[in-house]
Design a protein around this ligand. Structure first.
Ligand code: DGI
Ligand code: FE
Ligand code: FE
Ligand code: FE
Length: 191
């Protein structure tokens, strides 16, 4: 249905080399998690590959594009423009790359913050993004342990990722999006 090789080739033109290899890593990890948890492998593959298709843009550019296409921008997103790359990525996936599947679009949309009560694909992409092999375990001490957790308890891996992310953001004094907190609160009582 989709020509993955052609999509990969077109992504090389709009991404840094590092981001491109990250995308391939997320593609492969999403595929593996789909096998493990019984989700459609081709859909996971495509969502993983495209999840950061709006990432290599400046904050102002992300905001301008979201305005142009009338995508909603929250106050927090307005102050932290990079948070919009999921929303805009979902829009690009649909309008530039011809993706019509709403599960794929939603997984791209929410991949940065997560959210409460995610679909299986939303969780797969959220987790795959964090655990893909090109992300360095030197910078995140718990990463290898979360990688193992992801293959026996997806809820627990989601909680571990959100916990690490929230403490990192607090340490860095960065503004926290309500969806990130809501996702954590939702999953921490479900492990
Ligand atoms: O695009 P990637 O780097 O592959 O991964 P991502 O889309 O998950 O973005 C990761 C970054 O997003 C990471 O530095 C943590 C940050 N992030 C996640 N939730 C929030 C957040 N940053 C802010 N300011 N607030 C959040 O709630
Ligand atoms: Fe991202
Ligand atoms: Fe993420
Ligand atoms: Fe990513």
């Amino acid at each position: 249905e989709y020509d993955i090789l052609a999509l990969q080739k077109s992504l090389t033109a709009i991404m840094t080399e590092k981001r491109f290899y990250h995308s391939l890593g997320v593609q492969g990890m999403s595929f593996a998690l789909a096998i493990k948890y019984g989700y459609d492998m081709d859909k996971a593959n495509l969502a993983g590959l495209l999840h950061d298709c709006a990432k290599d843009m400046k904050d102002e550019e992300l905001i301008a594009e979201c305005r142009k296409y009338k995508l909603p921008i929250t106050e927090v997103e307005n102050r932290n423009g990079f948070l919009l790359h999921g929303k805009l990525g979902a829009f690009y996936a649909e309008h530039k790359y011809g993706v019509t599947d709403t599960e794929i679009l939603s997984a791209i949309y929410y991949h940065t913050t997560g959210k409460p009560d995610m679909t299986l694909l939303e969780m797969i992409i959220f987790v795959a993004d964090y655990i893909e092999p090109n992300r360095s375990s030197k910078r995140i001490p718990a990463l290898n342990s979360i990688r193992q957790t992801a293959f026996y308890d997806l809820n627990k891996a989601t909680v571990d990722i959100l916990e690490n992310t929230l403490s990192y953001l607090e340490k860095e004094g960065q503004e926290i999006d309500q969806l990130t907190v809501d996702a954590y609160e939702y999953y921490k009582i479900r492990i």
